[in-house]
Design a protein around this ligand. Sequence first.
Ligand code: PAF
Length: 281
Amino acid sequence: MDQIHDIAALRRCVAGWRRAGLKVGLVPTMGNLHEGHLQLVRRARARCDRVVVSVFVNPTQFGPNEDFARYPRTLEQDAARLRQVDADLLFVPAVDAVYPHGIEVLTRVSVPVVTEPLEGEFRPGHFDGVASVVAILLNLVQPDVAVFGQKDYQQLLVVRRMVADLHLPVEIVGEPTQREPDGLALSSRNQYLNAEERSIAPGLHRCLVAVGERLRNGERDFGHLEAEAVKVLKNQGFKPQYLRICGPDLGAPPVSDGEWVVLVAAYLGATRLIDNLLIKI
Ligand code: PAF
C-alpha cells in the first residue's frame, strides 16, 4: 500500500489506474480507524479494482468548542490496519494542501434543508465543513464509488444530496453501522469514555431498539415516544440533545406502515455520542 501526502502524486497515481480502465473506490475518513472503517474499506474493495482511503482530520467541520485539537491521530496504526484489508493507497494531505488559501476565505458547499435539523441545530456550520471537504476529496480522487458509514446517517444524506445537486459523477454507497457485542456503535470517540461511562453507553442503542419495538407494536404518538425515550436516557446518566423519530429523508415520520429512522445524540460525561436505527414495517 502506497502512502501519499502530495496532491499531484495522488492525481498521477489515480490517472494511471483510470487509463488502465480500473474502477476506483474512495473511503474518506478522519483516521483513528476501527473495525467500522475497515468494513467501509472491505465494501469498497468488493466493488472496485483500486481502493483509496483518505485520512484527514478536517478542521472546518469542528466547532470552536469541539475536539479538533485532541481528535486522536494514529497514522501508523491506521496504515497497518489498512494493509490488512488490502487498501491500495493511503492519502494523507496536510491542511494547507487541502485549503491552500486558508479556511477563512474557503469556497464552501452548503446543502440546504437536510442539514438544518438534528446535528444542524447543535453543530452549526458542521455540515458546511463536511460537504466542502467531501466535495474537495471527491474532486481530488475522482472515484467511481465512495463509501460512507450509516452511523452518520444525516451526513450520508447530506453527501448524497450534494453529489446529486452538483452532478458529481460518483456513486455514494452507505454501509450499515458496526457495533460492539453489547450494541454500542463503533466510533473513534468511544475511547474518550471512562470505564463507568463505557458500561452505560450501550443504553443508547438499547433505547433506539426499544423505540423501534414500540413503533412495530403500532404506537404512533411520536412526541410521547420521544419524550419517554429521553427520560429513560436521562435516568441512565446521559444528557440527551435530541431523540427524534423521522421519515428516512428526515422529514415527517409516516403514520401508517413504512420506514422510520430514529436518531439520537447524547453526552455521556464530556463525550458526545450519536446513533440511529432504521425501522421498516
Ligand atoms: O465521517 C467522517 O469521518 C468525516 O465527516 C468525513 C466524511 C471523512 C469528512 O471529513
